[in-house]
Structures are given as structure tokens and as C-alpha cells.
Design a protein around this ligand. Sequence first.
Ligand SMILES: Nc1nc2c(ncn2[C@@H]2O[C@H](COP(=O)(O)OP(=O)(O)OP(=O)(O)O)[C@@H](O)[C@H]2O)c(=O)[nH]1
Ligand SMILES: [Mg+2]
Length: 325
Amino acid sequence: MATSVTILGARLQTRMLHNRAKQPSKFSTSVDTLRSIVGQSTTAEEASNRQLFARLQPDPKTMDRLDMLGLGSQKRGRFERKRWFRYNEPEVKLPHIAFFAGAQKEPSFPPESLPEIGFVGRSNVGKSTLINQICGSSAARVSDKPGMTQQINFYTAQSDFHLVDMPGYGFAFAKDEERQAWLPLIETFVRSRKSLRRVMVLLDARHGIKVNDREFVALLDRTGVKYQFVLTKCDLVHRDDLARRYKLVSQETEKSRNCIPRVMMVSARHDAGLNDLRKEILHTCSLGQKYLADHKKKEAIAQAEYMEQLKIFKDTARPKKRRQN
Ligand SMILES: Nc1nc2c(ncn2[C@@H]2O[C@H](COP(=O)(O)OP(=O)(O)OP(=O)(O)O)[C@@H](O)[C@H]2O)c(=O)[nH]1
Ligand SMILES: [Mg+2]
């Protein structure tokens, strides 16, 4: 008797739960709202996007380059051999930077005395960290919390050029007006500065180009300023996925005449890919002669050494054992 009552009770409870699940909850949000809050596609669309992304074939040349520079993470299990080693790149040295001006309004912009390189991107994408890392400095403030940089900060590099750290746009879970607060200031800056040689648009390598990035890039296209994509935090992405992301973003560069077709990949944490960015900055500011005079020779020697080591490594590497079924 007691057991039948318990079974009946359990069935009733399951039915009630089932009915409750069928009723629309007052807290349920539509997919669109969720998308606008999180700033990314969800449910079915997301799943299909992920599947499409995984089906993309990484380019072997890109994979070689990632191996060479030590970009992208690679899980190494107990039985997996280390398949790559890093190229011993001669370091390109940028001068130390020092903070020299901060602006929350146009009248506070400093005079346009030197060539400028701007760093923009979503909040927390790693702008300030990257500026510090490429110059071996700690002048720019970094934080885990999005929205740390609250004004346009100008850093001077030994009176040769300026690096400009901009506030981040569009972090998730912020109110719309907060999200867009810095855009007018950044737009004014980008429109008015004749000395602005290039804008580095930083993209988190895990996420690629988001809606806010597209909006911002459209703004840059309207102003006619040259910009270049930089994939950041590459240490957090698996090497195959990084090569896929690189392919997708490279395709995006073809859409605009103002976009530089070379996509940069960096990891401030692993100090990888930074030399390429340093060189790009120096060439853009016409400082190649001053800073890179004997670099090409050193680079050629280092690359030849790397290729030799790689050949020996490949010749001596044990072929992978195939499982016998
Ligand atoms: N794993 C990893 N983390 C990074 C890298 N670069 C930056 N971070 C981390 O990302 C967080 C945000 O870095 P910030 O440099 O403050 O980012 P930001 O874009 O300047 O942020 P806002 O000023 O808020 O717009 C910090 O916790 C950094 O340590 C990277 O290359 N790899
Ligand atoms: Mg910052």
C-alpha cells in the first residue's frame, strides 16, 4: 500500500514539473534579446556556425607560421610527441614609452607633433597589455575588469612616435549608453588627427569579428583612415582554430580599401608574434632605417638556422604509429 502511494506521488510530481516546463516563464528572454546582451549568436545558429567553423580547412602555410612563432595552444597528451619548436627570432626593440597626455574631450588632445598609431577594440581585448608588452613597459594600466581605460591615453616613445590607447567599446552586460559612450570621442579623434598613421583594430582570437567591431570598422571606412586587424590572446586558442580564425579574418580584409591585408597574430602572455607587430609599427612610422638597419641580416641567419633544425627534426622524427584494427 505504502509503495503504491509513493509511486503515485512521484508520478504526480513528474506531471506537475512537465506542465510547469510547458508554461512560458516570465523570466524567459527571446533569442534576439539574448543575442544583443551577450553580443553573439546563440542556439541553432551558433551551433551551425561552430560546425561550419570546424569544417574550415586550416591553411598549411599558416600552420607552419604558427609553429614557427609559437602561436596558438597545443594540447600535449602523455603519448603525443612535441611536434614543433620555436624559431629563435632576433628581437626588434622599440623604445620605452612614457605617458604624456590623456583626453576625455577633443580640446584636450595634444598637438600633432609625431606619427601616431592607435589601438582600438572591444573592452578587455588586451589593448593596454599589448602596448606595454611591445615596448617592454608597464606605463599603460591593465585590468581583468572591462572598461579600465576611460580616456584616450597618449604614450610617447622617445619622441619618435606616439602610441594611443583608446577606451574599449561594447563589452557585454553593460547598458547600451555605457557601451557606446566612448564611440563619439574615438570617432572625433580618428576624424581629426592628421598624424594618425594607422589604427590597429584588436580582435580576441577566440571570438573574431563581432557586431561592434563591424560597426567600428564601418566608421573607420567612412573616415578613410588605414586600419589593420590584430588577433590577440592567441595563447588561448588551439592552433588549428587559430589558423581557421586567421583565414576568416583575412577574408574580411578584402572588403575594404582602407584595411591592410596583413592580419597580425599576437600573444602578449607568451611573447609571440610581437616582433611582427613592432616591425609593422616602425615601417608605418617610417622608422625602419633607424631601428631595423641590421635586423634583416640577423633575421636571415636565424631563419636559415631554424630551417636547418626543422629539417633534421623532421628527418629524425619517428612516424606516428597507426592503430591496427
Ligand atoms: N591569456 C592572455 N591574456 C591576456 C593577453 N593580453 C591581455 N590579457 C589579459 O586580458 C585582460 C584585459 O587586458 P587589458 O590590456 O586591460 O585590456 P584592454 O583592452 O586594455 O581593456 P579596456 O581598457 O578595459 O578596454 C587582462 O587580464 C590581461 O592580463 C594575452 O595575450 N593572453
Ligand atoms: Mg585598456
